[in-house]
Ligand binder design. Structure first.
Ligand SMILES: NC(=O)c1ccc[n+]([C@@H]2O[C@H](COP(=O)([O-])OP(=O)(O)OC[C@H]3O[C@@H](n4cnc5c(N)ncnc54)[C@H](OP(=O)(O)O)[C@@H]3O)[C@@H](O)[C@H]2O)c1
Length: 286
């Protein structure tokens, strides 16, 4: 597993361990991420930026959950896939993104383009694959918590784009089905929530559950870029901003689309934003 300390990967890890599967987690710093080896659970220190660390991480592995992020995603995924092929891995489940299918112009949608190149690297490897293309994660809204606690204001970059955002738990459950079940090889799953809501509408849902009047305030993209630069490289930050500009202009069609694939794989409807919010209300209480 890559991303075992991340948003989706952390949930994939929990589900696999609850199911009694033998798992090996790859992390740049396992201790910092709280990864402690135990029965049936191995932890290796490895880094997609350091390809020499990957053969040992993949030795003896049958299946891989693959995630990476940012402008180096294609390079990272290609390295992992090459090492996996050498190790004789039987199946790779790759976390990608919605938007790959319309990322023809790398200048208009850099984020989608990075993921498209990463998908291409996997498909061309000859290793059996499943690709997951999620819409935005509901958990991104945890970033609203400080503003909501301070003055009842949720702040984010997209105010009025309808988005069928998806619960990362649903993404993780689909990933685990793909890793452990039959019939998922060669499939691309688009993963969305059950309804398209703008950020202002999501704020109203959250306010209703908290019993507080909340408002939504857009963050200008220039300010959002500065926030991204605190975490990511300039190339990644610029690519994310360009992709957001595109979403503001043309996002409703892409991000508002509902896909049946969560229900197809899990046999139940995707969790709604209200479901997610109900389970995370404490994060928004002062
Ligand atoms: N967030 C969204 O709304 C959204 C929507 C659609 C698609 N996606 C895609 O979903 C994926 C996950 O996004 P996220 O924002 O939720 O990320 P995330 O899971 O928070 O990413 C952090 C994870 O990446 C791992 N990682 C980072 N650099 C690494 C490296 N050099 N080598 C090995 N592992 C590395 C970290 O592992 P360690 O720190 O333990 O090494 C950690 O587990 C991305 O590809 C993103 O583009 C996200």
């Amino acid at each position: 597993m890559t991303g075992a300390t991340g948003n989706v990967g952390g949930k994939v890890l929990s589900l696999l361990r609850e199911d009694g599967r033998k798992v090996r987690a790859l992390s740049r710093n396992p201790a910092a991420g709280g990864l402690v080896p135990g029965p049936g659970f191995e932890v290796v220190t490895a880094d997609l930026d350091r390809p020499e660390t990957l053969p040992a991480a993949l030795d003896g592995v049958q299946k891989v959950f693959l995630m990476s992020l940012g402008a180096n995603k294609a390079t990272h995924d290609a390295r992992l896939v090459a090492a996996a092929r050498t190790a004789g891995v039987e199946h790779i489940v790759q976390l990608s993104t919605l938007g790959v299918e319309v990322a023809d112009d790398p200048r208009a949608n850099p984020l989608g383009h990075w993921h498209r190149l990463a998908e291409d690297a996997l498909r061309e490897s000859g290793v059996p694959w499943t690709v997951l293309r999620p819409n935005g994660f509901m958990s991104m809204n945890l970033g609203w918590a400080p503003g909501i606690k301070a003055d009842g204001t949720a702040r984010g970059p997209l105010a009025d784009v309808p988005e069928a955002i998806v619960d990362p738990r649903d993404i993780a459950e689909v990933a685990v089905r793909a890793l452990t079940g039959e019939g998922h090889r060669g499939r691309v799953y688009e993963l969305t929530g059950p309804e398209a809501l703008t950020a202002r509408e999501q704020t109203a849902v959250l306010g209703g559950l908290l019993g507080r009047e909340l408002r939504f305030e857009p963050i200008p993209l220039a300010d959002f870029r500065r926030m991204l630069l605190a975490r990511f490289s300039e190339e990644t930050a610029n690519g994310v901003i360009r992709t957001l500009e595109e979403a503001v202009a043309h996002g409703a069609e892409l991000h508002g689309r509902l896909s049946p694939h969560v229900e197809d794989v899990l046999g139940r409807a995707p969790r709604s934003f209200a479901d997610w919010a109900r389970d995370h209300l404490d994060a928004f209480r002062g």
